[in-house]
Structure formats: structure tokens, C-alpha cells
Design a protein around this ligand. Structure first.
Ligand code: PMP
Length: 551
């Protein structure tokens, strides 16, 4: 009994104090959170700014709106039509900015989501506008759009004679398996159709071989959208058998040292940039306290200690390299941090432009049956799991990985991207702009150094300067490694111009009276008043009170 209580306390201590660390509570809070919004009159006064600033913002907003809309009538019409039938577009459009602003912002600053051509690092919309791609195709675009165009063409050509034969294997598969074994340092490989499925299989294998129930994932880390790894907001039913614990933290090691129900630990090394935080998105940019700081030495030490603990306790260490594999180094997280995993998952860029998921692992962990218990199997299938075309495009990727061009792109990788981040930060500082970037090689995030409620506006100023962030806005830019210094220089200068225009329009920069806490207190007050208004009418109406908000 005492032991049970002690174990429970230890577990509680290892949870991150934020809502993210408490899946069930965060789900409840998300369900409670009432909708309210700012009307036209208060849209630019949500921080209590003086009338002069509010007017400046209003004029700037109008200028920006006409600048953006005038450039792309066809793209916007096609995107609006698409949104009517494609739920993904509706969702993304709804979550570009904090929801209190979204209706008016979406109507006045619509973002076109239809593009029809790439030229190196640039995208062309239906109206012929070219913009610099900062979205990185969710991380797939590692070697540049031109590379994937070639890989897809050649992958299709190589599979043409085979058509869609599934169940038998094209001769390319053997080469892919052998190359992956060498890169991962593991004995065996399995193919899946997405990163999510690769993670599902890795976790299933860990449970099968350890006979234990629970997986440990770290607070804020993303591992795909399978129920079993998505705890908290976004998944209506909290998964059982998941512990969400603090990363880079002694309490977590204590839990792993003492519990006997942990089958595996999942690591996603992008979290080194912002341990325990969720992937940053502008829709949650309420104040300016988004933080990130990459400390390579500290994260390396952490991974080594985690590795030791897992080895001692017979816990399967899964490195989920779906995103960061091949981006950090040819051998991914294992090579870059010098930490071997028991199982590794890959995906995204490894498909050479087509969808894929891969698990590599030690033979004993990859085995799906037991010689001494023929009925005890670990099932894994997937109709398209070794599709000849995907095997062809993957082969192009794997061969390219060993080419002199790829070797060149890995040489001096970290220094190159750190220098670029320093260059941009230097210019921002010189101009006195309260913005900076933090990076883990080619994955960047934007931070805001002065309190403000309109930081999410930067994504629109970037667009006006011909830079195209993904739907999460300035939270994450993902660059491809073929980007030359000249192209980067262009992006850097446009970024600075965007921030300057935003400041000139009154959306960025100092208001001495504002602090991050005062902003959050204000928003909390609005939330409470919206909730109370909703309660006092009826559960459906959810009407807020107060002048600055509109139900
Ligand atoms: N794991 C990680 C670390 C990821 O970044 C992602 C995708 N963002 C996934 C798993 C899921 O991959 P997919 O979207 O291909 O299912």
C-alpha cells in the first residue's frame, strides 16, 4: 500500500506542471473554454492601446489586406471553393491566429492554399506569384523540391513494368533494406505507409516483447495522430497506458528506475529546441512568452542518461526520427547525439517524395512470433507497405544520401544554419526589432522579446513580402538543405522588412504598460466573463459580456 502511494507520488512529480503535462485536465479545460471574439471596433484595441495606435493599426491592416488580396484573386477563389469540401483546409484556416481574432482576420487576410509549381525553394500560386517556401512540406523537403521531382519521376519509371504488385517484392526492396540496416545500425526493417503507423508498430513490438503495458512519451512531443500516443487536446478519449512525463528531468528517470509497467520510451529530438513545450503555433500566441533554446550538450547528456536507464530497466528506447532523421545527420538522432536506440522510426523525407513509414530495430525486438509459442504473435500488416513506386522513390533518396552532393550538404551543416540564424538575429537587433529566431539546424522558431498581443500578425507581413510560412505561421520554419546563401540572404532581408512594416503599423513593439502576465490576466478575465455570460443564459448561447468582445 505504502509502496503504491509512493509510486503514485513519484509519477505525479514527473508530470510537467503545465496543462500539457496533464492530459485529462487539459481536455476538460479545452471543453470548457467558451468562444468569444473581438468585433471590428475592438479588434485592434484588445491590449487596451491608445486611440492613435488603434487607428494606425486599422490603416495598416487595410493596406495589408488590399496588398495581399489584390495579388491573388484566382488563388483565393480556388482556395475558398476547396475549403467548402475539404475539411483539412477549414481546420487549418480556423487555427492560423488566436480564435478571438480569427473571423475578421480570415475574412480580410485570406490565405490562398492552392499552388501549382515549384522552382527550387519557391512556390507559385495560381496568379503567378512566386514566394519562398518556409513550410518545408512538414519536414519532407530536406534536399529541395528539385530533388524530389527527380526522385518521383525515376521511382515511377523504375516501377512501371511491375505495376501495382503487392505481396511480392520488387528487386529494389532488398537494396533499400540493406541501406537502411547500414544507416540505422539495426538488424531488420519493416515498411509502413506513414510515420504514424511506424510509431504504432514500434510501440506494439515493445509491448509484445517486454510484456509490459505502458509507453512513456514526453510532454509536448508529437509522434503522429494515433490515439495511443496522442494524449490531451486533439484526441477526444485520453489513451490508457500512456505516461506523459517531463523531458530532461530527474523525476522522470526516477519513475523509469522504479516502475515495472513501462514497455518503451519515445523520443522526438526536435524537442531539444523546446523541451516540454508543444510544437509552437501562432494560434496559441496569446502573449510573447513562447520560448525556445537549444542546448546541444544538455540534451546529449539527457539522452545518454535516458539510454542508460532504459538499458538497466529493460525498457525499449524508441527514437522517433520521422521528422528529424536525415535532417540532423545522415544517421539521424542516433548519430548526431551519439545515442543508440533499440528501435528507430523514420518517414517523411525517406520516401523520396511519397508517403512512408519505416521501423528499424534489433532482430530480437523486430520478431513478430515466438518459436516456443506458435499462437503468440505480434500482428502488423498494411496493404501498401512495400509499394513498388514508393520503394523506387525511397531508393533514389537512399542512393542520393551517399552521393557527393549529399555529403557536401551535411558538411558544416550546423555551423551554416547557426550562422544564418545569427545573421538574421543581428539585423533584427540592429534595427531594434523585438523579434528573434532560435534554431535546431534548419528547423527555426520565432520568438518575440517584448510583450504584445499581435505577434501572430507577422505571418501576414511575411506573406506580403513573398515569404510563405506553413499554417502554424511563425512558430516553425523548415528549410531545405539545398538553400544557398544568396537565397537565404533574400529570405533574411524580406523577414526584416516584414517585421519593420509590422512595427510601423503599430502591431509590434513596445507598450511600456504591457507585460505577458497582464496580457494573460486580461484574456483569462475575458474567458471567465464569456463563460459566466454563457452560464447565465443557457448552455448553448455562450454570450460574453464587456465591451471588447462579441459573442
Ligand atoms: N513522428 C514524428 C516525430 C512526426 O514529426 C510525425 C509527423 N509530423 C509523425 C510521427 C507522423 O508521421 P505521419 O504524418 O507521416 O503519419
Amino acid at each position: 500500500m505504502i509502496d503504491k502511494i509512493a509510486a503514485r507520488l513519484l509519477l505525479s512529480r514527473a508530470k510537467h506542471p503545465s496543462l500539457r503535462g496533464h492530459a485529462r485536465i487539459s481536455l476538460r479545460v479545452a471543453k470548457w473554454m467558451p468562444f468569444y471574439e473581438y468585433d471590428e471596433e475592438h479588434l485592434f484595441a484588445s491590449d487596451g492601446a491608445a486611440l492613435e495606435t488603434v487607428n494606425r493599426r486599422r490603416e495598416g491592416f487595410e493596406r495589408l489586406a488590399s496588398r495581399l488580396a489584390a495579388r491573388k484573386p484566382k488563388t483565393l477563389a480556388a482556395s475558398a471553393e476547396l475549403a467548402r469540401g475539404l475539411s483539412d483546409v477549414q481546420f487549418v484556416d480556423a487555427y492560423r491566429v488566436p480564435y478571438q481574432y480569427r473571423r475578421i482576420v480570415a475574412a480580410r487576410l485570406p490565405v490562398g492554399s492552392v499552388v501549382e509549381e515549384t522552382d527550387g525553394p519557391r512556390l507559385r500560386d495560381l496568379d503567378g506569384n512566386w514566394s519562398w517556401d518556409l513550410g518545408g512540406s512538414y519536414g519532407v523537403n530536406l534536399f529541395g523540391h528539385r530533388f524530389y521531382e527527380r526522385a518521383m519521376e525515376s521511382g515511377f519509371a523504375r516501377a512501371r513494368k511491375l505495376g501495382v504488385v503487392l505481396g511480392n517484392y520488387s528487386p529494389i526492396v532488398l537494396e533499400n533494406v540493406n541501406r537502411l540496416r547500414e544507416i540505422s545500425g539495426k538488424d531488420e526493417v519493416s515498411f509502413h505507409m506513414s510515420g504514424t503507423e511506424a510509431v504504432m508498430q514500434a510501440v506494439r513490438l515493445a509491448r509484445y516483447h517486454t510484456g509490459r503495458t505502458h509507453l512513456v512519451r514526453f510532454c509536448g512531443a508529437y509522434h503522429g495522430w494515433w490515439d495511443g500516443v496522442q494524449a490531451g487536446i486533439g484526441n477526444p478519449i485520453p489513451p490508457r497506458h500512456v505516461y506523459t512525463l517531463k523531458e530532461v528531468d530527474e523525476d522522470t528517470l526516477r519513475v523509469l528506475e522504479t516502475r515495472s509497467d513501462v514497455a518503451c520510451v519515445l523520443v522526438n529530438s526536435i524537442q531539444a529546441l523546446h523541451p516540454n513545450a508543444a510544437p509552437p503555433s501562432d494560434s496559441t500566441l496569446v502573449a510573447s512568452d513562447r520560448s525556445a533554446r537549444y542546448d546541444r550538450a544538455a540534451y546529449t547528456r539527457w539522452l545518454h542518461r535516458l539510454r542508460d536507464t532504459c538499458t538497466r530497466r529493460g525498457i525499449v528506447l524508441i527514437i522517433d526520427d520521422v521528422f528529424m532523421g536525415f535532417r540532423l545527420a545522415r544517421g539521424g538522432t542516433q548519430e548526431y547525439f551519439g545515442v543508440p536506440a533499440d528501435l528507430v522510426t523514420y518517414g517523411k523525407t525517406l520516401g523520396g517524395g511519397l508517403p512512408v513509414g519505416v521501423v528499424c530495430g534489433r532482430a530480437d525486438l523486430m520478431k513478430r512470433y515466438r518459436d516456443d509459442r506458435p499462437g503468440d504473435v505480434c500482428f502488423a500488416r498494411g496493404t501498401f507497405n512495400s509499394h513498388p513506386v514508393v520503394m523506387g522513390t525511397m531508393n533514389e533518396f537512399l542512393r542520393y544520401l551517399d552521393s557527393p552532393e549529399a555529403a557536401e550538404s551535411y558538411a558544416g551543416l550546423e555551423e551554416r544554419w547557426n550562422r544564418r540564424a545569427r545573421e538574421l538575429n543581428g539585423l533584427l537587433r540592429e534595427r531594434g526589432l523585438p523579434v528573434l529566431v532560435e534554431n535546431l539546424i534548419s528547423v527555426w522558431t520565432t520568438l518575440y522579446t517584448e510583450p504584445g498581443r499581435y505577434n501572430w500578425m507577422l505571418q501576414y507581413y511575411l506573406r506580403a513580402e513573398g515569404l510563405a510560412p506553413s499554417w502554424i505561421g511563425t512558430g516553425r520554419f523548415i528549410f531545405s538543405h539545398d538553400l544557398g546563401d544568396e537565397d537565404f540572404g533574400e529570405i533574411r532581408d524580406r523577414f526584416v522588412r516584414a517585421a519593420e512594416a509590422m512595427r510601423a503599423d503599430g502591431f509590434l513593439g513596445a507598450d511600456a504598460a504591457l507585460t505577458n502576465s497582464s496580457i494573460k490576466r486580461r484574456v483569462l478575465g475575458e474567458l471567465l466573463s464569456a463563460a459566466t455570460a454563457g452560464l447565465s443564459r443557457n448552455a448553448r448561447a455562450r454570450r460574453p459580456s464587456g465591451p471588447a468582445i462579441r459573442p
